[in-house]
Ligand binder design. Sequence first.
Ligand SMILES: Nc1nc2c(c(=O)[nH]1)N[C@H]1C(S)=C(S)[C@@H](COP(=O)(O)OP(=O)(O)OC[C@H]3O[C@@H](n4cnc5c(N)ncnc54)[C@H](O)[C@@H]3O)O[C@H]1N2
Ligand code: MOO
Length: 447
Amino acid sequence: MTEAPGEGHHAAHTWQEARQRAFDAATPIPPGPVPLAKALGRTLASDARAIQDMPHYASSAMDGWAVNGTGPWILSEPGQRLAPHQASPIVTGGLIPPGAKAVLRSESGVITTDDDGLPVLALGGAAKPGEPRNGQHIRRAAEEAAEGDVLLKAGTRLNPAHIALAALAGLDHVDVLGKPLVRFLLTGSEVVERGIPQPGQVRDTFGPQLGAVVELLGGIASEQLRVGDSYEEWMAALQDTEPEPGGPDAETEPPADVVVTTGGTGRSGTDHFRRAVAELGGRLLIDGIAMRPGHPAVLAELPDGRFVVGLPGNPLAAMMALFTVAAPLLAALGHGRLAEVGEVPCGTTIDAEPGRTRLMPFKLVYGLASPAQHAGPGMMRGLAGADGVLIVPPHGVQLGELVPAFPLPWGKPLPVPKAAEDKARKTPARPQRKAPAGPVDWSGLDA
Ligand SMILES: Nc1nc2c(c(=O)[nH]1)N[C@H]1C(S)=C(S)[C@@H](COP(=O)(O)OP(=O)(O)OC[C@H]3O[C@@H](n4cnc5c(N)ncnc54)[C@H](O)[C@@H]3O)O[C@H]1N2
Ligand code: MOO
């Protein structure tokens, strides 16, 4: 923390360049299979089809008897082929025996004796007229889907019912679009995880929020590793983020695609990000951004393909760096798009600050953006109460002027500015397409 990174002594990227560069650095992670237990929220890369008829055998929908022909029925052993006027006991879900034409519910039949005193099944008091109809209470094979039918279309974002359907179809895995796995390396000997921090100590603000935010940004949040401030710890941790080949975690924990580090982005003796990356043979893709807060933010790529996002230690600065660098990177890795920047009318005049973009958490007050108080680089209060973040250009903003902004990953979308809304209203509605003649094809709504 001796020099001012990005403050003149090396060429920092503009905010816009940094965002685009982070997005362009990555290509989408290829699709692959995931077990159903990990498929929630994932996007199907290819159609999921029935691998056999569903159900794959005819079964009973009721407890009772499988019957052939009209009663009374002579009882035979369960599972045996039924000749006309024969019946055998069956339970719900039981396999329909060959020769059975229907199932008689238990409440519709009685076991009685025939003239010779032999046990027979006869219709009982609760039987409805005409019972059992041919096929009654039999769940036919392929009633839900025939082998090869598309159950879920490529592009479906999997919800619990989709996953249950895949399980019902007998699938153990589904083919989904790649999604970046993110590990965290939280650094700083002064950082404490619980209790009241002593002078010189600081409560960890990253552990409690980074995983959740990374998930909202389209990543899979994996474990957090905590180290102190020594270079050796940094090196060991950056090397050590892979599960040991053949080790206990190797099966369950695939290698990370991204490592997010916190702290150590400055240039003092205890700030090791750049040196550690260089020693590991990595290269810096972004080294400082002309923005405030968060200017020391770094993005690097290691020879093993992992990206390392270096967030500054100051809490608000880190979140602004996360939104600027990690959000586009995760979008690119996860088959997403670079989010468009919105606009909000500004409720105040913000003076120029040449050479850097300022990211300011704001609250909407009567539709106008008002920069939040308590938004110093080390604070969280402003962001915690904010509706979004203003991207204030170096030349400042005039009162009432539209200013670029982005919403928070956990918040509501930005309101559409009135000017844009009025324009949309004035644009004549597109002429309705004529409905096609003939029956409507609803097949696109299936699955
Ligand atoms: N001479 C200069 N000093 C500093 C400059 C500069 O340009 N010249 N930039 C300042 C800015 S801006 C930032 S941001 C920080 C960047 O610091 P580092 O990334 O090296 O982070 P540290 O020095 O390790 O920590 C900074 C600050 O953040 C606190 N911290 C760290 N981890 C956590 C955590 N998990 N939860 C809460 N707070 C955390 C740490 O205690 C420090 O107070 O450098 C400035 N200095
Ligand atoms: O830019 Mo620092 O990143 O202000 O806190």
